[in-house]
Design a protein around this ligand. Structure first.
Ligand SMILES: [Cu+2]
Length: 119
């Protein structure tokens, strides 16, 4: 093994170490966004307005504190998810273009209204 070979191997080792770190960090980045906590109580969402990053999928963890079921429903977000009374559920939402996306609790739409703002 000559000196040049050893130097090359040392360089490769550093590169492989960086690659290994990048591989470790990549999955973490994909799951970086924690679910947005949202509550339904007295047939109202809180928070009723949430701001998210455009172009990234996200999840809303909806806790229904009411005794009756409701459906997180949005034509704009292309999502429907029933959450039974005193229960919770995950609402998965696709990456959005910048804009405003209304949603509602379909079973109590008179009061259960909300808005996602993607920036
Ligand atoms: Cu519906």
């Amino acid at each position: 093994m000559n000196r040049a070979y050893l130097a090359a191997m040392a360089g490769l080792n550093t590169w492989l170490t960086r690659l290994a770190f990048a591989a470790l960090l990549a999955p973490a980045a994909a799951y970086a966004a924690a679910p947005i906590e949202m509550m339904l109580k007295d047939h109202k969402f809180s928070p009723s307005v949430v701001t998210v990053k455009a172009g990234e999928p996200f999840t809303i963890h909806l806790t229904n504190k009411d005794a009756t079921a409701d459906e997180f429903d949005s034509t704009a977000l292309k999502v429907e998810k029933v959450v039974t009374g005193n229960s919770d559920g995950m609402v998965h939402i696709r990456p959005l273009a910048p804009g405003k996306y209304p949603f509602m609790g379909e079973y109590h739409a008179a009061t259960a209204q909300g808005l996602v703002i993607a920036k």
